[in-house]
Ligand binder design. Structure first.
Ligand code: NAD
Length: 356
């Protein structure tokens, strides 16, 4: 049976960039059943809800999910909030599919080294943030005390939650440079002390991985000072939310950054949802100006993590770099002496490099 990939294009530029990602997978010879379903505003317009049951069921029956982006001014203020695309589609999808490990690579593309907001002369960046996605302060009890003037958010972590994300970070580090920096605030927070103890116990059982610890405030600083020092950054939900945005942006354009949200392994396959980190960009939707490379690189991550096919992932990443090397640029990364291309032209160029 060929693998089954659920394709959820979503809204705005979502369908435009997803078309290019599917084109590139096909050009790379990936023989899968690509099954399309509605999500976000497109699903609201067609069915009245942002995450129809059929879409969730298709994802459950699939080996992986490739998502574009959801949302737009037409739907973002709908009441009640669970009808809105992000709250009503993305959050339940992550919860229902148990996607507890958010993985975000930040890598300098050689032809775009100037796009980094950091000064020249910095080391090349090639790191991955592994963020715990379903625990911590975002999921703890929150309330106001009676007078309304005191607000309380609770951060909760269990040892089991820390163990599974740590082991996932170790697995990822094993495919790379075997170095994990675990980021916490163990000088203040009890959840961080449990986090550190657990990571240390697992580090002792996995001596092939070099594990060090860093306080989150220092990590935020080190990412700007010397991002080349990091291989895998492992951290909890809220710290990861902030650090992964910081790490992403030091490489350059939003239109280039992929992500994965992973669940448990089933045999040798890891179920995952893959998506560019950008949104639906309503300001440029329908104009073929969107950069499809983040979606294409998300498809490459899918080949590496869900299908264990690092070779195809490497080929897709090399094809992206080759297209950039030729000077092709979508509007968001255009510079003098490069050639401005549309969304489809960029996808075509990457696909052409993959065809035998
Ligand atoms: P956004 O990422 O959509 O856009 C921010 C800016 O970056 C815009 O100027 C846009 O044109 C540009 N941009 C984004 N992706 C690009 C690409 N691939 N190529 C070229 N330029 C690109 O963020 P926003 O404007 O804050 O949000 C717009 C909508 O997207 C909202 O409805 C928001 O809720 C939604 N959103 C969805 C997701 C998701 O689906 N995961 C994530 C973030 C935002």
């Amino acid at each position: 049976m060929p693998p089954r990939i659920a394709i959820l294009p979503g809204d705005g530029i979502g369908p435009e960039v997803i078309d290019e990602a599917v084109k590139v997978l096909q050009a790379a010879g990936v023989a899968a059943d690509f099954e399309f379903a509605l999500i976000g505003g497109a699903a609201i317009d067609a069915t009245g809800v942002p995450l129809p049951d059929e879409t969730l069921e298709l994802c459950r029956q699939s080996d992986a999910v490739l998502l574009g982006a959801v949302g737009g001014p037409k739907w973002d203020t709908l009441e009640p909030a669970h009808l809105r695309p992000e709250v009503g589609a993305l959050l339940p999808l992550r919860r229902e599919l148990n996607l507890y490990a958010n993985v975000r690579p930040a890598r300098t593309m050689r032809p775009l080294v100037h796009a980094s907001p950091l000064k020249e002369g910095r080391s090349m960046i090639d790191l991955i943030v592994v963020r715990e996605l379903t625990g911590g302060i975002y999921f703890g009890e929150r309330f106001r005390k009676d007078d309304g003037k005191t607000a309380i958010d609770t951060a909760v972590y269990t040892r089991a939650e820390v163990e599974r994300i740590t082991l996932r970070a170790f697995e990822i580090a094993r495919q790379r440079r075997h170095q994990v920096v675990s980021v916490d605030k163990a000088n203040v927070l009890e959840t961080s002390r449990l986090w550190r103890e657990t990571v240390n116990d697992l580090a002792a059982q996995n001596p092939d991985i070099s594990v060090t610890h860093m306080l989150v405030d220092n990590c935020a600083m080190q990412l700007v000072r010397d991002p080349g020092q990091f291989d895998v950054i492992l951290t909890e939900n809220m710290f990861g939310d902030i650090l992964s945005d910081e790490a992403s942006m030091i490489t350059g354009s939003l239109g280039l950054l992929p992500s994965a949200s992973l669940s448990d392994a089933n045999g040798d396959k890891v179920f995952g949802l893959y998506e560019p980190i950008h949104g639906s960009a309503p300001d440029i939707a329908g104009q073929s100006r969107a950069n499809p490379l983040a979606a294409i690189l998300s498809a490459a991550m899918m080949m590496r993590f869900t299908f264990g096919d690092g070779r195809t992932a490497d080929r897709i990443e090399a094809a992206v770099e080759a297209a950039l090397d030729e000077g092709l640029r979508t509007a968001d990364i255009f510079e003098n002496e490069t050639r401005l291309v549309s969304t489809t032209e960029m996808g075509d160029a990457v696909a052409a490099k993959l065809r035998p």
